[in-house]
Design a protein. Structure first.
Length: 165
């Protein structure tokens, strides 16, 4: 199988997976923001809000897990470049109407490639950690709507969800 699509940069001419060579690219400031939600029962939401979860600080632990995950993305996602992250900000906001929480992560670096995967990984791991910390209360929790909101920098420039690109 040969790589018939030059847009698939992670495949070589024989169709084999490869890590993209970014050595010729200029290091520029790159930023990505991703989001996701954890939906749960009203009773579980109230227990977390009140600080009454059996495992302790659900939101603080999930926030820390998100930061740690962003830093480890290249160890988790094949072909992902290790990057020097200059900022990882994890926000977990309560939404009683879900009921549940919205997780938003912004990751920033100055490097030759972007940080979309770091932002998405951080959201995913923060959500999984929230689930783990509260699963004794509610095994029916759902992790939903994980997606990229925005990216800035690099060849494709600025992209935001809802844009025409």
């Amino acid at each position: 199988m040969t790589n018939q699509n030059p847009a698939l940069t992670h495949l070589d001419h024989q169709g084999e997976a490869q890590m993209v060579d970014v050595s010729e690219k200029v290091a520029t400031v790159r930023m990505a923001t991703a989001t996701g939600q954890v939906k749960m029962t009203g009773k579980t939401f109230e227990a977390i809000q009140a600080g009454n979860a059996p495992k302790g600080d659900v939101l603080g632990t999930a926030r820390l897990a998100g930061i740690m995950a962003a830093k480890q993305t290249s160890q988790l996602i094949p072909l992902c470049h290790p990057l020097p992250l200059s900022k990882v900000e994890v926000s977990i906001q309560p939404h009683p109407d879900l009921p549940g929480y919205e997780i938003q992560v912004q990751v920033k670096t100055k490097a030759e490639t972007g940080v979309e995967m770091e932002a998405l990984t951080a959201v995913s791991i923060a959500a999984l950690t929230l689930y783990d910390m509260a699963k004794a209360l509610d095994k029916s929790m759902q992790i939903v709507n994980v997606h990229l909101l925005e990216k800035i920098g690099g060849k494709s420039g600025h992209w935001r969800v809802g844009s025409t690109d």
